[in-house]
Design a binder for this molecule. Structure first.
Ligand SMILES: Cc1cc2nc3c(=O)[nH]c(=O)nc-3n(C[C@H](O)[C@H](O)[C@H](O)COP(=O)(O)OP(=O)(O)OC[C@H]3O[C@@H](n4cnc5c(N)ncnc54)[C@H](O)[C@@H]3O)c2cc1C
Length: 447
């Protein structure tokens, strides 16, 4: 029996979710029910797993339990870059081990295609998913150097890209802050909360899954050939269970002291007026990832909620799964400063939302993915790129859990070694925090 120790999680309301029309959450679990497959967690991994299970087994009964409202967690809090190219957050650059890169690119693209297929099949709104590519923006000399190194790496991989100079960057974003950029075409940019809401709802209305929100699993135990998951108000008895809770898999008793919990932070402006949009200039929507991985992610959006800018920077390492409640105050000041440096013409525009969200890394950049015990599968630890890698994890775990003999959608996936052990405390926290601080300091204007 594993008793799940639930933690308070993310701070602040995600702007992505708040600017959409309110969505009534589906009812909480309030009975003792049975199913073939139980998916715990309705983020990228859980929802992708449910969709893949449905494709493999049209007649199976599938239940999804989500602790919060759909899209209230990290899946609805991220910057929305579904990136196809290497993106190793734990390394000093976006380049991983180049022998792995081509395989990773194929897996990432299979995940993006899986998402695009759901968007098409279920008819999601256009702004939920835009396969428009992205720009690695460089504001300082180290950022420029990262882009030059990245370009050489892309040349070696035979991947297309375009270098942008300062004027071209200004034409896109209206700011003369950037020295240059590197545009790649394969990223899909999503409205994360809209994509996740749409996928969750379509899995219920179009694919016949049962979804219960505000239903945190508090205990999970094996009962003969089946598994029993209990919430405060009901239980699910399932033949197979997929844990798609990312770093919170530790609370189920697995991978303890092997996962690093990182918090990221974002702020979104209020809706810009027509005059402010004119003053800003540039194009109506764009997405910048930082050329220095520790730097700022920026997006300009122009869908539900009108024209706005979104900035993401700063990250913190937490040994525990919770955050000090006053953390956002300091982060909001950093966001203001870094935003104003880029957009001085909008220095009077308030940030309407500021929020945090968790992601999970392993020291050796592997997933916590596979069969944990008979009939119990993990689809966790997405190593930063959770929109894409969470989708891969969900697909792979579903294919493992299902007995159906079918071609894998992710044929490049290889069985994972275990995430490497963390160093003992306090060395782990001191080391991780020191490394983050050093990288943030080195990033200079790219932060
Ligand atoms: C500010 C920010 C920016 C980011 N930007 C990007 C980006 O641009 N691109 C990118 O790829 N990634 C980005 N990420 C990371 C990305 O959001 C995560 O990696 C991704 O959400 C992980 O997906 P997941 O499905 O594995 O887990 P999650 O999205 O965390 O979903 C897990 C779900 O499980 C639920 N859960 C947990 N415990 C229980 C329980 N006991 N019972 C029931 N349900 C439970 C949680 O409530 C949660 O909804 C960003 C993250 C943040 C915070």
């Amino acid at each position: 029996m594993s008793r799940v120790d639930l933690k308070p999680a993310d701070l602040g309301a995600s702007g992505w979710n708040a600017i959409l029309s309110p969505r009534p959450a589906r009812a909480a679990l309030d009975a003792d029910i049975e199913c073939d497959y139980l998916v715990i967690g309705a983020g990228f991994a859980g929802l992708s797993a449910a969709r893949r299970l449905r494709q493999l087994e049209p007649g199976a009964s599938i239940v999804i339990l989500e602790a919060q409202a759909v899209a209230a967690g990290p899946a609805g809090r991220n910057s929305g870059f579904m990136i196809d190219l290497p993106h190793a957050l734990a390394s000093g650059s976006y380049q991983g081990d180049s022998s792995q890169d081509l395989r990773n690119i194929r897996m990432n693209r299979a995940a993006i295609a899986f998402a695009a297929d759901a968007v098409r099949e279920y008819g999601f709104a256009e702004e939920s998913f835009d396969p428009c590519g992205k720009i690695n923006a460089a504001a300082g000399r180290p950022g420029q150097q990262h882009n030059e190194d990245y370009a050489a790496h892309l040349d070696a991989l035979g991947e297309p890209y375009e270098m942008l100079d300062a004027q071209a960057m200004r034409d896109v974003c209206g700011s003369d802050y950037y020295l240059g950029g590197l545009r790649t075409p394969g990223t899909a940019v999503i409205q994360p909360a809209l994509y996740i809401r749409s996928l969750a709802d379509a899995l219920v209305t179009r694919a016949g899954c049962r979804l219960y929100e505000h239903s945190p699993v508090q205990a999970l135990s094996r009962q003969g050939e089946r598994w029993l998951a209990s919430s405060a108000t009901g239980s699910v008895s399932a033949q197979r269970v997929l844990l798609a809770v990312n770093g919170l898999i530790e609370t189920f008793g697995f991978y303890r002291r092997r996962l690093m919990h990182i918090n990221l932070y974002a702020s979104m402006t209020r809706q810009l007026t027509a005059a402010e949009v004119d003053t800003l200039g540039g194009v109506a929507s764009w997405g910048f990832t930082p050329s220095d991985p520790i730097g700022s992610t920026l997006r300009r959006i122009d869908g539900s909620g009108g024209p706005r800018l979104v900035i993401r920077n700063r990250c913190t390492y937490e040994a525990a799964l919770s955050l000090p409640p006053d953390r956002l105050r300091q982060i909001a000041r950093d966001h203001r400063r870094t935003f104003d440096a880029r957009f001085p013409m909008l220095a009077h525009v308030e940030m309407e939302y500021c929020w945090s969200g968790r992601l999970c890394l392993s020291r050796n950049d592997v997933w916590a993915l596979g069969e944990l015990e008979q009939g119990l599968f993990s689809a966790c630890c997405q190593n930063g790129l959770g929109t894409t890698r969470g989708t891969i994890a969900g697909i792979v775990a579903a294919e493992m859990a299902s007995g159906v003999d079918a071609d894998s959608l992710i044929p490049d996936f290889e069985a994972q070694v275990r995430p490497r052990r963390l160093f003992p405390e306090p060395f782990m926290s001191l080391g991780a925090r020191g490394a983050i601080k050093l990288k943030e300091w080195r990033a200079g204007p790219d932060l």
